[in-house]
Design a protein around this ligand. Structure first.
Ligand code: C2E
Ligand code: MG
Ligand code: MG
Length: 501
């Protein structure tokens, strides 16, 4: 009895032990796998049974696969652009670092590019078409640089890394520009865009991703400034220029506050009235170190940085204030930059300047340039009409130099065309120039628009302009731009019949 009893107990213990081993083994395996997964390793458990433990093992394996798939997606999202599927800036930087490391001195070129008028595509055709265009650009870049590494940096900016020296990089740069110049067909729209390319060569133009990207960007900036649709290599001078630009930008910030900006005034002489009918306000910057800086040098910088908004606002107030001290029959003309024009605040700034100074609206003339019409003709016309409603006059400056289309003249009642100086310079040397002046004055007359000739320096030019029917003359012949304090004396000097025929 005792022997059987003891055997039974031993068998029970052995049986229980075996059963617990069978139960515990898969659980131990699961636990080990879970630990591996949490350490970031791949792990799967073997499925041996069809019971609950087996199901648990299967679920565990499925969960591990799903987690890994999601990790892959997250990693992809972190390194790729969701719109085009191209590498993003982070991955590009990594790739540059890798290339610098791997090739230890071997050549590769970094191309940075952006589209020339992407904004207007977005504005006129809508964002979905803009997005589709970016995808087409991505495809075209990949086709143009089959061995290259293509990335999208954001917006309409792309970059390509290609393993080649400067000779081949020149060809590649040209090929990219050409590829972007070919028209795109997107959502049924035929889009002509074009792009500019800046190139930095490794390793000479930078030992790390940051400096290579910066330098390719500087070259791109230059390419865009030198006329769009071109490619440029980085040069060390560009870095120095960029630093000078930054220094000037910092100074320009203070210029307004420190009272370093000043308006000078140049008379517009009315030929039929035989007197000064207006003054154009021209900005001057008395830099404490550089001396007098020309608006040609600082207005573009002010436009790039947005500083033109407060500076332009100041100019409007100042010009209106000063003009109130002149006779009621003398207007003041103020240049308005396209950047100011496109900002939503121009109307209220003009209104404020008029209200604060008490100047009659029809004594204020805003000079705008034709470049406003490149982008968005409809929006430009709408803004022009809303300015006219205020009662101010609008003149088209530098007429004939840019993108003038006669149809704009028909769709907007400009008060004045200012014929660009380049046509006046040609007057004495070139018979064709006279014909152009005649065509402009005849057209303007028919449309009821006044004409002013800019940059008149000689009495010979004056005679031709008078006989061709130009209404007003502006130029060094009468006076250079002068400080406001000298205006009264100049008015006295120019009054009378000195310039009469
Ligand atoms: P703009 O509006 O076409 O002004 C005429 C320019 O021609 C002025 O240059 C003037 O000094 C110059 N000029 C006038 N008569 C003659 C002449 O007989 N011969 C020659 N060679 N030049 C003559 P400035 O003052 O250097 O201004 C250059 C440009 O800077 C202006 O061209 C205008 O586009 C811009 N600018 C000037 N002031 C302002 C401003 O307050 N706001 C904005 N947005 N732009 C301004
Ligand atoms: Mg002007
Ligand atoms: Mg002009």
């Amino acid at each position: 009895m005792f022997g059987f009893g003891a055997l039974g107990v031993v068998l029970a213990i052995v049986g229980a032990f075996a059963a617990s081993r069978r139960l515990a083994r898969p659980i131990i395996a699961l636990e080990a796998a879970a630990r591996k997964v949490s350490a970031g390793e791949h792990a799967q458990v073997e499925v041996e049974t069809r019971d609950e433990i087996g199901r648990l093992a299967r679920s565990f394996n499925r969960m591990v696969n799903a987690v890994e798939e999601r990790e892959r997606q997250i990693a992809h999202m972190a390194f790729h652009d969701s719109l085009t599927g191209l590498a993003n800036r982070t991955l590009l930087r990594e790739q540059i670092a890798l290339a610098l490391h791997r090739h230890g001195g071997a050549d590769f070129a970094l191309f940075c590019l952006d589209l020339d008028n992407f904004k207007s595509v977005n504005d006129t055709l809508g964002h979905p078409t803009g997005d589709a265009l970016l995808c087409e650009v991505a495809t075209r870049l990949a086709e143009t640089c089959p061995q290259g590494f293509v990335a999208r940096l954001g917006g309409d900016e792309f970059a390509v890394i290609v393993q080649d020296g400067s000779g081949a990089a020149d060809q590649t740069g040209r090929a990219i520009v050409q590829a972007l110049t070919r028209p795109f067909t997107v959502n049924g729209h035929r889009i002509v865009t074009g792009g500019s390319v800046g190139i930095a060569l490794a390793p000479q133009d930078g030992q790390d991703a940051t400096s290579l990207l910066k330098n390719a960007d500087l070259a791109l900036y230059r390419a865009k400034h030198d006329g769009k649709g071109s490619h440029r290599f980085f040069e060390n001078a560009m870095d120095a220029e960029a630093q000078a630009r930054r220094a000037m930008e910092v100074d320009l910030h203070d210029a307004l506050r420190n009272g370093e900006l000043e308006l000078h005034f140049q008379p517009l002489f009315g030929l039929s009235q035989n007197r000064v009918t207006a003054f154009e306000a021209l900005m001057r910057w008395n830099h404490p170190v550089r001396g007098l800086v020309s608006p040609i040098d600082f207005i573009p910088l002010a436009e790039e940085t947005g500083l033109i908004i407060p500076i332009g606002e100041w100019a409007l107030h100042e010009a209106c204030r000063i003009a109130t001290s002149w006779g009621d029959d003398i207007r003041v003309a103020v240049n308005v930059s396209p950047v100011q024009f496109r900002s939503s605040t121009l109307n209220s700034i003009v209104l404020q300047a008029l209200a604060r100074s008490g100047l009659e609206p029809q004594r204020l003339e805003l000079e705008i340039t034709e470049s406003l019409f490149i982008d968005n003709v409809e929006a430009t016309l709408a803004s022009l009409h809303s300015l006219k409603v205020l009662g101010v006059r609008v003149a088209l400056d530098d007429f004939g130099t840019g993108y003038s289309s006669l149809s704009y003249l028909r769709s907007f009642p400009f008060d004045k065309l200012k014929i660009d100086r380049s046509f006046i310079v040609d007057l004495l040397a070139n018979k064709g120039a006279t014909a152009i002046i005649r065509a402009i004055t005849t057209l303007a007359d028919a449309l009821g628009i006044e004409t002013t000739a800019e940059g008149v320096e000689s009495s010979e030019q004056l005679d031709i302009l008078r006989s061709e029917g130009c209404n007003q003359i502006q130029g060094y012949l009468f006076s250079r731009p002068i400080p406001a304090s000298e205006v009264p004396a100049l008015l006295v000097k120019l009054s009378g019949s000195r310039m009469a025929a």
